[in-house]
Design a protein around this ligand. Structure first.
Ligand SMILES: Cc1cc2nc3c(=O)[nH]c(=O)nc-3n(C[C@H](O)[C@H](O)[C@H](O)COP(=O)(O)O)c2cc1C
Ligand code: SF4
Length: 481
């Protein structure tokens, strides 16, 4: 039974947000969501977007597979105008899991087919693909690379939680940090990946700087010596160099970035009820971007606002704002009714997390009024996500609404809203977290379960979840059994 989400009307959401001291607004002017918007030289015909949502369903060598093609076709047919292709690794060592997509000479044409399938499905459903913008998120997983952690800096709280598979132990101060030369090579990899993306007709690339993957960790690396750490100028060197080079070498490519506005700090479950609590940490915090160094619960957007302005100056045409770290503080990234299997119970009401997303994205949008900012964290609002979305767009707090989990359960949300004036209740995401659970289940012949929505995309994902769950339960049995 839902513990937090008990709303019958949009007004109930507003009242609860006021009670919790994190006011959000709603509107039923959905027309505002169907206004076009310019993204660099591209135009999206509505304000409804699909966030990057990894399916973990590629092949071992980084090609899309059957379920990947299916997902993008469903996204295309669903009517959203901005489709933000998922995390795609710029090299094998940059992959977050063994089924993550990769972009290289071999996989490029398959990625072209995947994104082409998305476009064709949109054309078939709507008669044209005018106003459909499709991009690809280029990622280096850094500390969370599955082969071995590739860390940008020492982190007092994350290092003890980062396991080196070769020893089975957490990393410590003797574990190597990526050198400046390593980072220069990574810049080259990003540019090569962007050129390939341009060659297969991708509309925009996202130079990923969120969720504490490599470039996100770098933004916070105040304690890193050398050319890529310390000052904000150094911490933004990699992204600056990559953006400038892509502008010169891939003139037709629009450049976007998904960036954390606020990192916060790692949490862990404590006590019998396993409610999340901040991990022990020393003050002032040295490696948390957008976070008050003396109080991790408070955002300090001084640097994120400055970086947003700089990114625009260097040639970024769209910024997608997110927060947190999906492994260390998932309640910040995706406010949820139920925690994932590797998570803890929510340490705050999920509406507080939703409001944090809205508040931070709106401040970034105010700093860069000339380029669109995409907002995150809407799915927990279920049936009333579109009411909050309409209010945020109407008030200019963001330009585009990015829907995450809600699109796995209901990829046709944009079409549904336009045709019916509301979302179809039956398949609205309830933030049960089964999709995250599947993503966290590695006990599969390919080293990774594919993910989707078991409750509402039943035919495909329910059998997969049953299989994964049985394996999890088997593992959790006491050894004597
Ligand atoms: C299964 C799954 C896959 C995800 N994959 C990505 C990804 O590839 N890149 C990314 O930036 N975020 C990824 N996210 C985060 C989402 O894009 C989104 O920020 C998050 O779910 C919160 O938005 P929501 O409340 O609408 O779900 C993923 C989330 C889930 C649950
Ligand atoms: S499994 Fe489905 S309902 Fe649950 S959080 Fe994921 S998308 Fe939403």
């Amino acid at each position: 039974m839902a513990k937090y989400y008990k709303y019958k009307t949009p007004a109930d959401v507003v009242a609860d947000s006021e009670r919790l001291g994190c006011p959000i607004q709603v509107s039923d002017n959905f027309d505002v969501l169907y206004q076009p918007i310019q993204i660099g030289h591209l135009e999206a015909k509505s304000r409804l977007g699909i966030q990057p949502m990894e399916g973990c369903d590629g092949t071992a060598d980084g090609f899309p597979d059957e379920l990947t093609y299916r997902r993008y076709q469903r996204f295309g047919a669903g009517g959203a105008s901005l489709i933000w292709g998922e995390a795609t690794a710029i090299g094998p060592e940059a992959r977050m899991n063994p089924r993550q997509l990769m972009i290289n000479d071999k996989t490029a044409s398959a990625l072209e087919t995947m994104l082409g399938g998305c476009r064709d499905a949109h054309k078939e459903a709507f008669g044209s693909d005018d106003g459909l913008v499709i991009g690809l998120q280029l990622t280096h997983s850094g500390r969370f690379s599955f082969e071995k952690p590739l860390v940008a800096t020492r982190d007092q709280v994350l290092d003890p939680r980062t396991i080196d598979k070769s020893t089975g132990r957490p990393i410590d101060d003797s574990y190597p940090v990526l050198t400046d030369d390593d980072l220069k090579r990574i810049e080259d990899q990003y540019v090569t990946a962007a050129k390939l993306a341009e060659s297969i007709g991708v509309g925009f690339v996202d130079i990923k700087q969120c969720h504490r993957y490599l470039l996100s960790e770098l933004l916070a690396a105040k304690n890193r010596p050398g050319e890529y750490g310390g000052s904000l100028e150094n911490r933004t060197r990699l992204v600056r160099n990559v953006v400038k080079r892509i502008r010169e070498e891939c003139p037709s490519l629009v450049i976007g970035t998904r960036m954390n506005g606020y990192d916060g700090i790692p949490y862990q479950g404590v006590g019998d009820d396993f409610v999340g609590a901040p991990c022990p940490h020393e003050l002032p915090l040295q490696t948390a971007f957008g976070t008050d160094p003396n109080d991790h619960l408070k955002e300090d957007l001084t640097e994120p606002l400055e970086v947003a302005k700089l990114l625009k100056e260097w040639g970024v045409s769209m910024i997608n704002i997110s927060n947190g770290n999906p492994y260390a503080n998932p309640h910040i990234v995706r406010p949820a009714e139920f925690p994932p299997t590797d998570g803890y119970h929510a340490p705050e009401h999920p509406l507080i997390g939703v409001a944090r997303h809205f508040r931070i994205a709106s401040q970034i949008q105010a700093a860069v009024p000339d380029i669109p900012v995409v907002g995150s964290g809407y799915s927990w609002l279920q049936d009333f996500a579109m009411h909050a979305a309409a209010a945020n767009v109407e008030q200019g707090k963001i330009s585009i609404v990015g829907m995450g989990r809600a699109t796995l359960s209901q990829p046709e949300f944009a079409k549904q809203l336009k045709e019916e004036g509301k979302l179809k209740r039956k398949t609205v995401c309830r933030t049960f977290s089964y999709c995250t659970n599947l993503m966290r289940t590695k006990d599969h012949p390919l080293g990774q379960y594919p993910t989707g929505c078991p409750p509402f995309d039943k035919e495909v994902y329910d059998p997969l979840w049953k299989e994964a769950k049985a394996k999890l339960e088997e593992k959790q049995k006491p050894a004597s059994e």
